[in-house]
Design a binder for this molecule. Structure first.
Ligand SMILES: [Zn+2]
Length: 167
């Protein structure tokens, strides 16, 4: 399923048009259930529950079989831009930086390489700081796609989980 080309409903856009959605929607003969979570700012946010896996998701996609509507994960959804995404470029850049510092393998999951002999501390710290920011963005993007949320939501989710001592 190519997300960009698949019929979809974004609950945030739907809410903008019709206001709050009911808890159960009968849509084209299929029951779609919504649920609420609290936001960090005292508000609340409505989600679809994927009819296939029950996961909370902001967008459901219309696929050809099974439960008709499903989340991106159940639909095996990919984006058109994924082949040469900003993410793959960022990942490439991140590897290059680590290579320059002497790392041979392990990608960005490996511990960040130590300062090479002869490099100034300040140079190393600058490279390290910039590299870790790039790497953080990549991981956030991965996490967003794993959780079926937008990249902007990840910091809130991580903060919430951290409060509960999960990460
Ligand atoms: Zn699903």
């Amino acid at each position: 399923m190519i997300c960009d080309l698949t019929a979809q409903i974004d609950i945030r856009e739907a809410a903008r048009i019709v206001g709050t959605l009911p808890e159960v929607i009968d849509f084209e003969g299929e029951r779609i259930v919504t649920t609420w979570t609290r936001t960090n700012f005292g508000g609340r946010r409505q989600w679809f529950l994927c009819p296939s896996c029950d996961r909370r998701c902001a967008i459901i996609y219309r696929r050809g079989n099974g439960p008709l509507w499903c989340c991106r994960v159940c639909g095996g959804g990919r984006y058109l831009s994924e082949g040469r995404s900003s993410k793959s470029r960022a990942l490439h850049k991140a590897f290059k930086v680590r290579e320059r510092l002497g790392q041979k393998k392990g990608g960005i999951i490996a511990p960040f390489p130590a300062k090479p002999k002869g490099m100034h501390n300040s140079t190393y710290e600058r490279i390290r700081f910039e590299a870790l920011q790039v790497e953080r963005d990549i991981l956030v993007e991965d996490m967003a796609s794993f959780l079926c949320v937008s990249v902007d939501d990840v910091p809130h989710i991580v903060a919430r989980q951290r409060q509960r001592g999960r990460y």
